[in-house]
Design a protein around this ligand. Structure first.
Ligand code: AMP
Length: 544
């Protein structure tokens, strides 16, 4: 039976091969991103066998960008965004200028025309939204001050690129004509774009801020989970698409604003949960689509220019970012995190490269270097990032420090994992009974809340031995795992028992399968929420 289903083929090949390669990378103790990139090379046009549709893969990747930015917006308030403007705006502008200059320099060495070098440099100056956000989320840094600075910085870069994309055709025309009408020919599109960006922000803050929460509240009261999920997706994708088509701003910026407005409502947590699975699947397709663009032949044909391009992206840009963050008086760990999170290029660079080639201002080898530079820098980024975050997680800088080591020596205390709906209730009782305990919590908001409640807290996931040690696991007597995922609780139990074999662990579960899994692992006490609820309800109705 003949089938021509390029969209299905691209999604299926992308996800299946990414899954296989991601699993292999995981076994080799590499970042799964590396596996996804390799999967992209395998299904790309430069290797034999099945070739997925690169155009479709790029569009699918955009959905990943939209959902990621929407998720980040959910955690951000306008206040957060404005609080980092003093560093994010000059930082991004200086870094873009530095990277562009380095790109122009390399262009001169390669004998490209000035305009070609300029577009090349600009393409190297902008970080990839997906890679940056994945790195911050992986290290639980989105809600920290350095995470906010990095996201604010990314948004400024995004805005500059929106302007660059509009100005590039006008600039190319001016360079062609060179007849003195240059300034006015550039001014019109520049002003037009700025007006559209301002128009978008005003519409979102005035209309969106009223309509979006109202619509979502209405849907929540219908009681339909399916409609709620649909509403969240419709808002994220609809606003992003509308923003791009009506106001010419990027999908990412549109989605960020939609998220930010939803983040002001009490429904933001549910909205985050509803978009997670789709977001992760499409973010994987982003990496596959990058891998597909990579032509391995360039490594042999142009090794030195490729090396120079990668050095500009990974070292040159990082030094510029680090320098400016330090110059603004921020601690070293903040400067290093920001520098590392921006040390790659991605989706905007591709758009700029294809526009530049289309206009005939970007030489073909410059475009190939941008694509290869993106691939190599994305490949290197998780390694660089984890080195820096690991080496500096215990450094200076108060509110940013990953491990807010709980105070004083403790013996025989309790460790409480998770300060959510269940953990908070437990904590209240432990305080009332005078039991000594330390909380381990991964979400920034919850950590702040626990600190405000006067508790000793370790920020980070209990799946990481460093955080268990910071909570004094070797001296602890009991551990209460109050996280909603039974399988995650099992993994936490494994880590904990490895460090302290005789620790008494009590875990939370929500299904028979989770209970069985935890019991198989040897967790001595498992409490299943649903059973307790049923028991209590029967009790109340006099049947027990
Ligand atoms: P809830 O479902 O409302 O009881 O919330 C569970 C809490 O556990 C949330 O605040 C999560 O951030 C937190 N949590 C989930 N997994 C981990 C983990 N591996 N380490 C630390 N905290 C976690």
């Amino acid at each position: 039976m003949p089938h021509h289903t390029p969209l299905i083929g691209t999604i299926v090949a992308g996800l299946v091969v990414a899954f296989i390669m991601g699993s292999i990378a995981h076994r080799l103790k590499l970042s799964p991103l590396v596996g996804y990139l390799v999967a992209g090379i395998l299904v790309g046009p430069f290797t034999p066998g099945f070739v997925a549709d690169a155009g479709l893969a790029n569009e699918l990747a955009e959905i990943g960008v939209i959902l990621l930015m929407f998720g980040v917006g959910l955690h951000f308030s306008l206040k957060d965004l404005l609080s980092v403007k003093n560093i994010a705006v000059p930082g991004a502008l200086v870094q873009i200028a530095a990277a562009t200059l380095m790109g122009v320099g390399l262009g001169q060495l390669m004998g490209w025309p000035l305009m070609g070098g300029l577009v090349f440099g600009l393409a190297l100056s902008v970080a990839s939204t997906v890679v940056l956000l994945r790195a911050l989320q992986g290290a639980d840094l989105v809600d920290t001050r350095r995470g906010r600075i990095a996201v604010g910085w990314l948004i400024v870069e995004d805005l500059v690129m929106v302007l660059a994309l509009v100005l590039l055709p006008a600039l190319a025309a001016v360079m062609d004509n060179a007849d003195g009408s240059g300034a006015s020919a550039l001014l019109a599109p520049l002003l037009g774009t700025l007006l559209k960006v301002v128009g978008f922000v005003v519409v979102m803050l005035v209309v969106g801020r009223r309509v979006i929460p109202w619509a979502l509240h209405w849907v929540v009261h219908t009681g339909s989970r399916e409609l709620f999920r649909l509403a969240v997706l419709a808002i994220a994708l609809g606003v992003a698409f509308g923003a791009a088509y009506v106001f010419d701003v990027s999908f990412a910026l549109g989605a960020f604003f939609a998220g930010m407005i939803l983040g002001e409502t009490p429904l933001s947590r549910r909205a985050t949960e509803e978009t997670l699975p789709l977001r992760d699947a499409f973010a994987v397709l982003f990496f596959v689509s990058v891998g597909m663009l990579f032509n391995p032949a360039i490594v042999v044909e142009q090794p030195l220019p490729l090396l120079a391009t990668v050095l500009i992206i990974v070292i040159g840009k990082s030094i510029a970012a680090w320098g400016i963050v330090r110059a603004f008086g921020h601690p070293n760990v903040t400067a290093l995190t920001i520098a590392a999170s921006l040390a790659q290029i991605g989706e905007f660079s591709f758009i700029l490269a294809s526009l530049g080639s289309g206009l005939g201002v970007l030489p073909a080898d410059a475009r190939d270097l941008i694509l290869a530079g993106a691939m190599v820098s994305i490949f290197l980024n998780p390694i660089l990032f984890s080195m820096i975050v690991r080496d500096h997680s215990k450094d200076e800088d108060g509110p940013d420090a990953e491990v807010d080591d709980a105070d004083g020596p403790r013996i025989g205390h309790v460790i409480l994992v998770g300060y959510g709906r269940v953990g908070k209730l437990i904590a209240t009782h432990l305080v009332a009974k005078g039991v000594q305990f330390v909380v381990i919590e991964s979400s920034g908001d919850r950590v702040e809340q626990a600190q405000e409640d006067g508790l000793s807290v370790v920020r980070g996931t209990a799946l990481d031995d460093r955080h268990l040690l910071a909570a004094g696991i070797c001296e602890a007597r009991r551990m209460l795992i109050a996280v909603p995922e039974g399988y995650e609780a099992g993994a936490i139990h494994e880590h904990a028992r490895h460090l302290k074999p005789d620790l008494h662990v009590i875990a939370r579960a929500h299904s028979d399968a989770e209970v069985a899994h935890l019991e198989r692992l040897g967790v001595p006490d498992v409490v299943m929420g649903e059973r307790e609820l049923a028991g209590r309800m029967l009790n109340l109705c006099g049947v027990s």
